[in-house]
Structure formats: structure tokens, C-alpha cells
Design a protein around this ligand. Structure first.
Ligand code: AMP
Length: 285
């Protein structure tokens, strides 16, 4: 099987997509920062089911990293990523440079509200504005019919939906389920930072969240259940817990127990920050 077409300029991306459009083909997009794992690949598979052509962007977006974060050490492995995309059947990899996405003099910001309030934003204040600018650019560059984002980054998925609604970006946003290892750990490019002992601890995050979501679904008090979850994570070996919080599944406003919820968490293992989330499904009356 031949590999994906690889383009690194917006002009070449547009030219290829124009050709596909002339042939009447539909286009799905999967934005990524590369270091592709089975989670990303599952989104590519969904994209291939939803449209006739699949574009995967690979771009480590500096706008969503704070100066203290891991931009420089974030894993980059383009050759391996392209192999995986070839195996999966993706049609095009868009691999722009920072200068292509943010040429000298770039001066536009997007400030996004709604579901971006709290959770990640309390700890990474500029993160979603950085996500919003890059996603908006990618959508304007590729003009896909639909784009697939992982539930792994649940708040991000809600923020991207809000962005498309607010800016009339005509892109159907599809959420893909979180892909986990056999111990329940959500796959993440950042798991590559973890040693064996840390992986053992990391694998407790999902178990604690599932247990807490079950308690919440059966009516447990939210403050005490989430507080106990944070304590359990520290006991398991996490250095610090940024948050464990129950939110309404769509708006991400505080969960009131009467509709579908989502339990979200972020916690530190050494210098690595992990996030995860699970559904809270209240038992039917
Ligand atoms: P990233 O490369 O981390 O920016 O992620 C690119 C896309 O892959 C985002 O939509 C993520 O939510 C999604 N993703 C990352 N990890 C997983 C996973 N374990 N399962 C499903 N989707 C994922």
C-alpha cells in the first residue's frame, strides 16, 4: 500500500483538497501533535468511515504550551508516524513547520469561553486559546466536512464544538472513544515519559475514576467523593492532583446529578501530567 501524500505547506494542502473536491470526494480531518499511538489511529479509522479522504495533521502547536511546559521534549517521530498512517490508509499527512502556521508577525488571538472555563484552564490558562487558534486555522486551511477528536481530551472536545458553533465553522465534530491499554490507562504520547514503576501508578488513575463515577451515579455527595478520589490518587503514588471534578457532559457546567455527567481528572506523576475522564451515568429511576 502506498503511503499518505505528505505536504508541509498550506498551498499544497489546499491544492490537493481542491483536486479531491473536484472529484466530488468528502474529506475528514484528524488533528494531532504526532507521536501517533493506537488512540490516534482509532480516530483515523473513524475518519475513514465518515469520509472518502482522510487528512491527518501532525503539528506540535507551540501556542498551546506554556513557557514552563514540555514543548521542546514533546516526542517527535515523523517517519514512524507516516508508517502508521500508511498501514491505516490515511490519504494525506499535513506536517507544517511553525513558520508555516505562525509566520513572523502573526498577531491574532482567539479567546474562548463556555466549556473552557475551569478544569484545565485553572492550571493551563492559555491552553484552549492555543487549541482554538490552531484548530480554526486547520479547518480554514483544509475545509474538511468533519473532524474527529478524542474523548480522552474531553474538555478539548467540548471546546472545539463550541468554537465551531460560535464561528460558524461548517465542520461536523465527531468524538472518538478513549483507547486504553489492557490495564485501563488512556493511551497518550506523554506516557512515553513514564518508567515501569510510574506506569503501574498511572494505571490506577482510571480505576479510581471509574470507582468514583459509580459512587456518584448512586448518589454519593460530590465534594466528598471527588475529595476521596484525589486522596486515593495521592496514596497510589501521584505527586499532585490538579483536579477531580464532576461536570455536566455537554456544557461542562457543575454536575447536578440529574443528567449525564463526566468525571474529569488531571494528576502529576513526577514531572508528567496525566488527564483522564469517564462517564457518570445516573441509574434510571
Ligand atoms: P494529541 O496528539 O495529543 O494532540 O491528540 C490528537 C487527538 O488524538 C486528540 O483529539 C486527542 O483527544 C486524541 N487522542 C489522544 N489520545 C487518545 C486516546 N487514548 N484515545 C482516543 N483519542 C485520543
Amino acid at each position: 500500500m502506498s503511503g499518505p501524500i505528505v505536504v508541509d505547506s498550506v498551498a499544497a494542502l489546499r491544492a490537493q483538497i481542491r483536486d479531491w473536491r473536484r472529484e466530488g470526494l468528502t474529506v475528514a480531518m484528524v488533528p494531532t501533535m504526532g507521536a501517533l499511538h493506537d488512540g490516534h489511529i482509532s480516530l483515523v479509522r473513524i475518519a475513514l468511515e465518515k469520509a472518502e479522504r482522510c487528512v491527518v495533521s501532525i503539528f506540535v502547536n507551540p501556542a498551546q504550551f506554556a513557557p514552563t511546559e514540555d514543548l521542546d521534549k514533546y516526542p517527535r517521530q515523523l517517519a514512524r508516524d507516516l508508517d502508521r498512517l500508511r498501514e491505516t490508509g490515511a490519504h494525506l499527512a499535513f506536517t507544517p513547520t511553525v513558520a508555516e502556521m505562525y509566520p513572523a508577525g502573526f498577531a491574532t488571538k482567539i479567546s474562548i469561553g463556555g466549556p473552557s472555563a475551569g478544569l484545565e484552564t485553572d492550571f493551563r490558562p492559555a491552553f484552549f486559546d492555543g487549541v482554538a487558534i490552531v484548530v480554526t486555522k486547520l479547518f480554514l486551511q483544509a475545509a474538511p466536512d468533519c473532524a474527529v477528536f478524542g474523548e480522552k481530551d474531553y474538555q478539548q472536545l467540548c471546546v472545539v464544538r463550541q468554537l465551531c458553533r460560535d464561528l460558524d465553522l461548517p465542520v461536523d465534530i465527531i468524538g472518538g472513544p478513549t483507547v486504553r491499554d489492557s490495564h485501563g490507562l488512556a493511551m497518550s504520547s506523554r506516557n512515553a515519559y513514564l518508567g515501569e514503576a510510574e506506569l503501574d501508578i498511572a494505571r490506577k488513575l482510571n480505576a479510581v475514576l471509574r470507582q468514583t463515577a459509580t459512587e456518584l451515579a448512586s448518589g454519593a455527595d460530590e465534594a466528598s467523593a471527588t475529595g476521596e478520589a484525589a486522596e486515593a490518587l495521592v496514596r497510589a503514588g501521584f505527586r499532585k492532583v490538579d483536579y477531580v471534578a464532576a461536570r455536566e457532559a455537554v456544557t461542562l457546567r457543575p454536575w447536578r446529578g440529574d443528567r449525564d455527567g463526566r468525571l474529569l481528572a488531571a494528576a502529576w506523576l513526577g514531572t508528567t501530567r496525566l488527564i483522564d475522564n469517564v462517564e457518570i451515568l445516573p441509574a434510571p429511576e
